[in-house]
Write a protein that binds this ligand. Structure first.
Ligand code: ADP
Ligand code: MG
Length: 308
């Protein structure tokens, strides 16, 4: 057993260094410019309360405030990443709380906005399409004017009609939809952009897990539906009447806009839709064209092939 004297001495020494340390930290904390400012704003705080809250004040000094020490949300150095400390006084007591920092708020907003564009297999350049590239493009003035008009109206109320862009391969029809989706995103409106052959495959694949109705519902109810390259899908009478027909019918009744792109104008598309394995059914194709007219306005696009 150690003699009691030496134990006591050791304890005293330890305590001494603890005390030194405490005094040092206390001085550092109380001399921190932000703490000084905080205390000067609250002159009524008692010395006892300040001493009691030293650990909170110390914690405050070690944290990055509203991203002042971090470049991005990903590199946040705080105890709880993405949260910034705030000191305040409540009932004469010092309180330390945390609120979301700017970077985290922005990060969450961007993620939320990204979720607003639902697209299946859309090339990245289309998802990054920007309205600025388009506005500078003089060869598609009519299409751009219509698009800007739509966006303008969407700021107050989503118009019931979208646009049917038709023209040669490569003139930038799909790109225009991408740019529109990005603008709508800023207004908090979601777009569902799907390439027609993919739409057919998606519905067929849903037979396996019985999710067909759920999928169809999703296309019926999307804020803005964008059907890319209509006419490029393999024609099936069943898809045309049961799926496309019913999605368009629903959107027409609910006054929800649909955008299309196609290499065909509406007359050509009618012929295309009429011819399936089941033969030529002009009446049924005519019915689809009629619905397309109800949910969108045709706009011809000219210009050079940008894929060359
Ligand atoms: P379409 O759908 O009419 O066949 P796309 O929209 O796919 O044509 O455009 C063809 C190519 O040109 C794509 O690579 C697209 O990214 C590019 N493109 C189209 N319009 C623009 C534009 N305004 N600014 C920059 N690139 C564009
Ligand atoms: Mg296209």
């Amino acid at each position: 057993m150690k003699p009691i004297q030496s134990t006591l001495k050791a304890w005293m020494q330890k305590n001494e260094s603890f005390k030194d340390n405490y005094v040092k930290i206390r001085n550092e904390v109380l001399n921190d410019p932000e703490i000084k400012e905080f205390l000067s704003l609250h002159p009524n705080l008692s010395q006892e309360e300040i001493n009691k809250s030293l650990i909170k004040l110390y914690e405050y000094t070690t944290q990055s405030k509203q991203c002042d020490q971090c470049a991005s949300y990903g590199s946040c150095k705080n105890m709880v990443p993405g949260y910034s400390p705030i000191l305040h006084v409540e009932k004469d007591e010092i309180r330390l709380s945390y609120e979301k920092c700017h970077s985290r708020v922005m990060y969450e907003k961007e993620r939320e906005q990204q979720k607003l564009i639902q697209s299946l297999h859309v090339p990245k350049e289309i998802l990054q399409a920007s309205m600025i590239d388009i506005i500078n493009d003089e060869s598609r003035i009519e299409a751009i004017a219509e698009l800007l008009d739509f966006l303008d109206q969407a700021k107050t109320k989503l118009p019931s009609k979208g646009l049917y862009f038709h023209g040669q391969f490569g003139v930038g029809k799909t790109y225009l939809l991408g740019a529109l989706a990005n603008e709508l995103k800023k207004l908090g409106l979601s777009s569902t952009l799907i390439y027609m052959p993919e739409f057919v495959r998606e519905i067929k694949a849903s037979f396996k897990d019985d999710s067909t109705n759920e999928k169809i519902d999703y296309f019926k109810k999307a804020d803005v539906l964008m059907l890319d390259d209509i006419g490029a899908e393999l024609q099936s009478a069943w898809f045309r009447d049961e799926i496309l027909g019913s999605v368009l019918q629903y959107r027409m009744m609910e006054r929800l806009p649909v955008f299309f792109t196609s290499n065909y104008d509406l007359e050509q598309l009618e012929l295309q839709l009429a011819t399936t394995k089941s033969g030529v059914e002009s009446v049924k194709a005519g019915r689809i064209i009629e619905r397309i007219r109800q949910v969108s306005k045709p706009v011809k696009m000219d210009g050079p092939n940008r894929r060359l």
